[in-house]
Structure formats: structure tokens, C-alpha cells
Design a protein around this ligand. Structure first.
Ligand SMILES: C[S@@+](CC[C@H](N)C(=O)[O-])C[C@H]1O[C@@H](n2cnc3c(N)ncnc32)[C@H](O)[C@@H]1O
Length: 569
């Protein structure tokens, strides 16, 4: 039974025994084989979905676990067991005064009320711990309600400074969550997100967890975002036919919105400027919007526009020219905005040049990338204890070659792999553009797990494995191959610290389970991984997102290595 927004009716049937037993599911390897489920009718499927707990590591699951932290697991489990987990004490559209007790990793606040008939969490955007707020409930769900913020009744001056807000759409647009927070506080909160993610998802004992380092700031806190994707819905048939909507008009009809989603909805808001985007993107946005308005009635379905900050196309190469001159010219030049999905983008990260198709992946905050790549290089070099210096780098999920190329001076050979063939074409070309021969830096298209077949001649103890997977993290075959290969150092970069924490936990546990394997009697074991450091990077100022870098090191039975790791961490 779905929530009924018109009546506020949210009483659910008691969860079936399987959902009760599920309570807090143990984290499993992401692609663990499951028995095929029996055929279910539509209503059975709906019921099953309604009763199921959220998928592990999904945003709903992150919220669910943090609701558990607020209410206490025993209380939540008792409610799941007796079927009262959806019996909200609040009515649809009820207005309430509440206290914010925590900030969720998703960026929303978790609030409770002493007046509530039973302990219950209300999730509200744009408010901060310690604040008293007035809210209106718009949805009731399992052990929590969702509500709109009506008013901050008592702000928390230790956190909130509304004079910092730079965007007039802040508070309605779903893009930013933290504009009212001083930047130092944003960085602290992002560190807390990493701490919570490892607590909730890694299954690691506290002793195995190094202190999470302070979050590396972005040199730019506004005007940093090198890519934005405003979108719009196509006009309906009725709107297209309506004679009061003149065709080819440059006037934007009132009902037509180009921009970003309104918070908590899939509805597009009309947004004509975005202050976190780079200056050239902000300058170009009005023309891109005007073009969409002019062609409005030609669109048959929704459109996602793209604007990327780029250096202008490269001038023709001059034989024998000093690369430093090209770098100086790029630093001095005026940027352009690439708006054609089939166009190409040109970008420098420190001295390194990258060109890639507009529609493919590249990190969206150019300003922070030099500190990110330098930090990774420094951590790799800081290998504690005895052992040879690393000579080989494997860059799995390499995109257009950012890490492979930027880290190449530290290695004799580099191999990268990536699923997208167009990104791999770009990576290969980027290696050449930066004067790196294919015998030293080579890329191949394919699934990340396939890289281990291609690097059979890389010495594992002198190899660094860098992984930077998409939000869903690594799959089980990749983790199995990683464990079989046993690179001495693994650097795990991720824009989703929850899947990172899950995977790091699985890698550490997996390596411990087979640490002695592969060695006969009297032979040395295979070593096991320890988590040496975790640090957040603020690639996304003003938002709740954080990029996280975890460094794992293989520890042999050698004495003193673990102590040395603790000292460097
Ligand atoms: C977060 S991006 C990182 C790219 C690159 N490291 C960078 O920083 O620019 C993740 C990349 O993984 C690629 N990818 C997704 N699934 C993959 C898979 N199974 N095997 C290899 N690459 C994959 C995506 O195409 C994307 O380019």
C-alpha cells in the first residue's frame, strides 16, 4: 500500500516474516548470486517492494541507517517486528515545531519532537543541528516522515550564517544544501560523513580504522563547477496545439522551466543562473536558454542540456616548441563553454593536458584536481616499512586518463582500463598529447576486472592499484581479482563513500581470510590489507557530496610494518 498524500493514510499491513527477519541486513558482496525469486503478481511485487528495506548503500539506505542511529536499533527492530514501523504519529500536512538532532549524510536534517506520541524522525532539508524549526509533513514512511521547512524558529548561530547564501534559489533548488554554512563547517561535516560511512558500511572493527583526516578544501567555493546540465520537459501536445502559445517566439512561456529539480521532487525549476558554475558557464547560460526557448515546440521529449568549461581548441602544434610555452598560453587564455553534446573539451590539470568528448566523464571541479592528484602521489610514496619502491601503476576505471597521466612521472609503466571506448580513445590520445609513449602508458577498453589479465608482467609488490569506480562501487569479480593480484598499495578514490566503505571492508576481510593461502609450509603467506588512511576532498562545495580517498597497504608478517603504518597515518 502506497502512502496516500490526499488522506495522509499511511497505515501499513504488518511486514511479513521475511521483512521482519531482514531488520538490518548484513552487507554482502554487491553481486553475490541469489536464487531466482518465484513469479509474483503485480500486487505481490508492490507489497514486497513496500515491505523491503532499502537496497544497501542506496541514498534511502544511508538515510535509514542514520534514522536507526537517532531512534536506537532496539526500538526500530521492535517496531519492525510488531508492525508499527509505518504508524506515523503525524498527519499528512500537519505543521509541527521540532528540534534538529542530527544532519544526515544526504544533507537533510533529522528532527524529533518531545511532543510526539512516539519516537519518530522527521527529515527536513536546509536546517542544522541544534535548531528549532517549523515544518509541514508531506509524506509518511517507515519510522520517519518527510517535511518541508516552513521556518527556522531558533537558528543555531554556531552553524548558520544566512548572509553567506549567494543563490536566490537556495532553499528550493535541489542542487546545494550548505550555502548557509561557513566553509570550515562544511568541511567538518564532510569528514563526519566519512566517519559515519565507515561505521555503518565497512564492518571494520574500530581498531582497524585510522582517524579520518580533515577534508581537503577546494581552492574555489563558488564559480568552481566546470559542468552543469540544466534540463527541461518537452511541451505537452495540448501546449503545442494551444494557439495562445506563439511558435518561434523568444518569450519564455510561464509554464516552461529550464533548470534544476526542486528539492524533494522531480519537477524542474526555472533557473537562469548558477553561482557554483564557472564564470564562462554562467555567461553562456542565457544564450543556451534562449536557444531552447526559440526551439521549444520542436522537442518531443525532455532534454538535458550540457555546458562545460573548456580551453579553446588547441592551436596548430609548432615543431620543436617548448611545452612550457603551450602551458603558459593555456593559462593566459580565455575559456569557452562547450554546449554541443558531440563537442570536445580541453582542460589542464597542473601541467597536464586532457581532451575528452563533452558527453563523457571528467571530474567537475578543476581547481581542486592538482591537490587531489598530488595527495595521491604523496600517499603512494609514503609506503611505510621495508619493501621496494613502486614502479608500476594500474588505473582501473581510468576515464580519460586523469590519474594514469598525472601520476605517470612516478612509475616506469602505467596501464589503464575503462568501459567507455570513447573515454579510452581520449585517454590514449591524452597520453600522446602529454608526450607519454604507449610502451610506458597504455590504455585498454574493457571491464575493470579484465585489467588483471593484461598486467601479468607487473610485479604485484611494486605495483600500485588505483581504483575510481562509479557510485555503485566495485563488483565481486573485481574484488576477487584484486585479492588474487595483491598489489602492495591500493588507492581507492570514490564519489560515494558508502560503497567505498563497503568495498574496503570486503577487501580487508577477504585478504585476512586468505592471508596464509598461496604459501606452502615454510613459505611466506600472501599478506593482508590494512586501511592506512582515509581523507575527504571537497570536489563539491555548497553541497553535501564528498569525494573520499582511501589508501590500503599490504602487510606481510614482517614485524613493525603495522606500527609504521599507524605512525604515518
Ligand atoms: C568516477 S569515474 C572515474 C574516471 C577517472 N578516474 C577520472 O577521475 O576522470 C568512473 C569511470 O568508470 C567507468 N566504468 C564504469 N563501470 C566500469 C567497469 N565495469 N569497468 C571499467 N570502467 C568502468 C565509467 O565509464 C567512468 O569513466
Amino acid at each position: 500500500m502506497a502512502d496516500n498524500p490526499s488522506t495522509g493514510e499511511t497505515r501499513a499491513p504488518s511486514p511479513p516474516p521475511d521483512a521482519r527477519a531482514a531488520k538490518r541486513p548484513r552487507l554482502e558482496s554487491p553481486t553475490q548470486t541469489t536464487v531466482s525469486p518465484p513469479q509474483l503478481s503485480k500486487s505481490q511485487k508492490r507489497r514486497q517492494q513496500y515491505n523491503a528495506l532499502p537496497e544497501a548503500c542506496s541514498p534511502d539506505d544511508v538515510l535509514w541507517r542514520e534514522i536507526n542511529d537517532v531512534l536506537g536499533e532496539d526500538y526500530v527492530n521492535a517496531a519492525l517486528a510488531d508492525g508499527t514501523d509505518r504508524q506515523s504519529p503525524f498527519e499528512y500536512h500537519q505543521e509541527l515545531e521540532m528540534q534538529v538532532v542530527a544532519l544526515c549524510s544526504t544533507g537533510s536534517a533529522l528532527a524529533t519532537s518531545a511532543e510526539s506520541a512516539r519516537p519518530w524522525v522527521v527529515v527536513v532539508p536546509f536546517c542544522l543541528p541544534g535548531e528549532t524549526i517549523r515544518v509541514r509533513v508531506f509524506r509518511n514512511a517507515r519510522m520517519h516522515s518527510q517535511a518541508d521547512l516552513l521556518e527556522v524558529v531558533a537558528p543555531n548561530p554556531a552553524f548558520r550564517d544566512d548572509t553567506l547564501v549567494r543563490c536566490k534559489y537556495f532553499g528550493s533548488c535541489a542542487g546545494c544544501q550548505y550555502q548557509m554554512l561557513p566553509y570550515e563547517k562544511q568541511l567538518d561535516l564532510k569528514r563526519d560523513v566519512i566517519v559515519k560511512a565507515y561505521k555503518n558500511y565497512s564492518n571494520l572493527p574500530q581498531a582497524a580504522m585510522p582517524p579520518v583526516e580533515s577534508t581537503m578544501p577546494s581552492p574555489l567555493q563558488y564559480n568552481y563547477r566546470t559542468k552543469i546540465t540544466p534540463h527541461f520537459e518537452a511541451p505537452t501536445k495540448a501546449q503545442s496545439r494551444d494557439p495562445s502559445n506563439p511558435k518561434n517566439s523568444t518569450e519564455k512561456p510561464e509554464w516552461f522551466n529550464i533548470g534544476f529539480n526542486r528539492v524533494g521532487t522531480h519537477k524542474v525549476m526555472d533557473i537562469e543562473d548558477c553561482p557554483i558554475a564557472t564564470p564562462i558557464i554562467r555567461e553562456t547560460l542565457p544564450a543556451v536558454r534562449a536557444n531552447a526557448i526559440k526551439n521549444l515546440y520542436t522537442y518531443k521529449r525532455g532534454v538535458s542540456l550540457i555546458l562545460r568549461d573548456s580551453l579553446p581548441p588547441a592551436p596548430a602544434p609548432v615543431p620543436g616548441a617548448d611545452p612550457a610555452d603551450a602551458l603558459a598560453a593555456d593559462l593566459a587564455t580565455t575559456h569557452i563553454s562547450v554546449t554541443d553534446h558531440r563537442g570536445h573539451v580541453r582542460e589542464r590539470v597542473g601541467p597536464w593536458l586532457f581532451e575528452y568528448p563533452n558527453s563523457s566523464f571528467f571530474q567537475n571541479n578543476n581547481a581542486v584536481l592538482p591537490s587531489l592528484t598530488s595527495y595521491v602521489a604523496a600517499r603512494i610514496a609514503a609506503a611505510p616499512g621495508p619493501g621496494p619502491a613502486p614502479t608500476h601503476l594500474v588505473d582501473a576505471y581510468c576515464g580519460a586518463g586523469l590519474f594514469a597521466i598525472a601520476l605517470s612521472p612516478h612509475f616506469r609503466r602505467v596501464a589503464g582500463i575503462e568501459l567507455s571506448t570513447e573515454s579510452i580513445r581520449a585517454a590514449t590520445r591524452n597520453a600522446a598529447l602529454n608526450g607519454l609513449g604507449a610502451e610506458r602508458v597504455a590504455f585498454r577498453a574493457g571491464d575493470a576486472a579484465d585489467i588483471f589479465r593484461a598486467v601479468g608482467d607487473f610485479p604485484p609488490r611494486e605495483t600500485v592499484l588505483l581504483i575510481d569506480p562509479p557510485r555503485k562501487g566495485c563488483d565481486a569479480p573485481f574484488v576477487a581479482q584484486l585479492l588474487a593480484f595483491r598489489a602492495r598499495t591500493v588507492v581507492y578514490v570514490s564519489c560515494n563513500v558508502h560503497t567505498q566503505a563497503r568495498d574496503v571492508g570486503l577487501i580487508l576481510e577477504g585478504s585476512r581470510a586468505d592471508a596464509g593461502a598461496g604459501g606452502g609450509e615454510g613459505e611466506k603467506g600472501r599478506g593482508r590489507y590494512v586501511l592506512e588512511s582515509v581523507r575527504g576532498f571537497d570536489l563539491f562545495p555548497q553541497t553535501a557530496h564528498v569525494e573520499s580517498v582511501a589508501v590500503l597497504r599490504l602487510v606481510d608478517a614482517e614485524e613493525g610494518v603495522e606500527d609504521a603504518i599507524k605512525e604515518t597515518a
